[in-house]
Design a protein around this ligand. Structure first.
Ligand SMILES: Nc1ncnc2c1ncn2[C@@H]1O[C@H](COP(=O)(O)OP(=O)(O)OP(=O)(O)O)[C@@H](O)[C@H]1O
Ligand SMILES: [Mg+2]
Length: 460
């Protein structure tokens, strides 16, 4: 037998319990009908047997020299009509058997006058139901006790009781068979509210952290209460995370940029070569930690926002042009030219604009960072096969044989980076955004030298 554990199916458990109850009821029905049928058949037999015995006792007539016994055929035919049972009788007058089977068992207590008493006794090869009637007759002015016994085999009674019990067994089995679909149905209806609650919670958007107000049966109230408590705590934790990301960005970047400015001033003012070397390495350290902090926070922001994705209509062309504009000063500083290629027609997709911007920012940042001066970075927009594509092409150092899978691992940087500052999180962010928005991302070395990063999102 398979024991359904705590983590098994509640539905299966309920169905099994309902079926067990149905089985017990069916068996109880069978035994109740069986004993009632037995009693009813016995009562019927007793009524006829009693009437026959009393009638024989009443037909005895006292004469001058004794008692005249007249066994009317009608009396026995009344008994024979009931079933094909065998009959035995015994008439005792004054304590002596005058006719019938003299070994027919006597009642344990003598019967009261003219009221038949009934008992079961084994006799010969069978079991008899016997009725006994006693009366007293006056023979020659002397009262003489008379006892009339009539016994009948019990096959007829048993046959009636059996047929009734068999019918009850059939009804019991039918009842049990009917209980199978009924218990499945009722188990289903018990779990309907739970399923509806689960559906209602499942249908919610990722940012929907309102308490659950779905109407539920009273028994589910503790569960819904606990769920709402959990949702409230989650809401608190999420808003703390959001605040943390924003505050950390501010509180880390600001002092670092102060340190950097101070170090740069000191570097300009210092003539001592050893100090200058130290200051330069300090500036580089500050740059690296500022970059790492900023990328870590960006990554945290991307993870947080892709977890509870908000999908709004975004024009990829606008986002890309804004990113390009933001990088204009950096590019100018490096004497690089930035060019957006593609018509100005809207390129609409659905997604979180902050995530898309983070991905594009990292691609353009890499293209600028890893390109020499006086080259061009092209950002090519196109649409094909239901996808919008952005290709960021540079004329830089290429990937030196490293694959995109390696480079987009967390904190992994290529061997080609030289003295370029970085944390190794940029491509991780791009790949994560592409995954969250149902897009694609690839990075390849161009045949003409340089790198081409392709980022695609589904077209709206
Ligand atoms: N346009 C590119 N040209 C050459 N190499 C690139 C280019 N883009 C990425 N790479 C290589 O891939 C590596 C991973 O890039 P990723 O942007 O993840 O990190 P990073 O640029 O080193 O650091 P950061 O997290 O600060 O962006 C880089 O270290 C570099 O080796
Ligand atoms: Mg990068």
């Amino acid at each position: 037998m398979r024991v359904i554990g705590l983590n098994g199916s509640l539905r299966a458990r309920l169905v099994l319990q309902l079926l067990a109850v149905a089985a017990v009821l069916a068996v109880a029905l069978y035994f109740t009908v069986r004993s009632t049928a037995d009693r009813a058949a016995e009562a019927t037999q007793d009524a006829i047997l009693g009437a026959a015995t009393t009638s024989i006792a009443e037909q005895l007539r006292a004469t001058e020299d004794g008692i005249e016994v007249d066994l009317a055929y009608a009396t026995f035919s009344m008994l024979g009509a009931v079933a094909q049972d065998r009959l035995f009788y015994r008439i005792d007058i004054g304590g002596e058997t005058v006719t019938g089977y003299e070994d027919l068992p006597m009642p344990e207590t003598p019967p009261a006058a003219l009221a038949a008493s009934f008992y079961n006794q084994p006799y010969l090869d069978t079991d008899l139901r016997i009725a006994a009637v006693a009366r007293s007759m006056v023979v020659g002015s002397r009262p003489v006790p008379v006892l009339v016994l009539v016994g009948q085999t019990r096959q007829g009674q048993a046959a009636i009781a059996d047929s009734l019990a068999n019918r009850a067994a059939l009804i019991g089995v039918g009842f049990f068979v009917l209980a199978v679909p009924l218990s499945l149905l009722s188990a289903g209806s018990v779990f309907n509210p739970i399923n509806r609650l689960a559906e209602a919670v499942g249908r919610r958007g990722p940012r929907d952290l309102r308490p659950v107000r779905h109407p539920t049966p009273r028994e589910l109230a503790p569960l819904v209460g606990a769920l709402n408590g959990f949702v409230a705590r989650l809401r608190g934790a999420l808003s703390q995370t959001e605040t943390f990301i924003a505050e950390a960005a501010h509180h880390i970047r600001t002092p670092l940029s102060t340190v950097r400015t101070e170090a740069e001033i000191a570097l300009r003012q210092s003539d001592d070569e050893a100090t200058r070397v130290r200051l330069r390495s300090m500036i580089r350290g500050v740059e690296t930690s500022a970059r790492s902090a900023s990328q870590l926070l960006d990554h945290a922001m991307v993870l947080y926002r892709s977890d509870q994705l908000e999908r709004v209509e975004v024009d990829l062309s606008v986002v890309l042009r804004n990113v390009a504009r933001a990088f204009e000063p950096t590019a100018e500083l490096k004497e690089l030219s930035l060019r957006v290629i593609g018509d100005a027609a809207p390129m609409r997709t659905k997604g979180d604009p902050l995530l898309i911007e983070a991905a594009l920012r990292n691609l353009v940042d890499n293209a600028i960072k890893y390109s020499p001066a006086e080259t061009e970075v092209q950002m090519v927009l196109s649409a094909a096969d239901g996808m919008l594509h952005v290709q960021v092409r540079d004329e830089g150092r290429g990937l030196s044989g490293a694959t995109m899978a390696e480079l987009s691992r967390r904190f992994t940087r290529g061997g080609n980076v030289g003295d370029v500052v970085g944390s190794g999180l940029g491509l991780t962010i791009v790949a994560e955004v592409a995954g969250a928005l149902g897009g694609r991302f690839t990075l390849e070395q161009r045949e003409t030298g340089g790198t081409c990063a392709s980022f695609s999102l589904p077209q709206l």
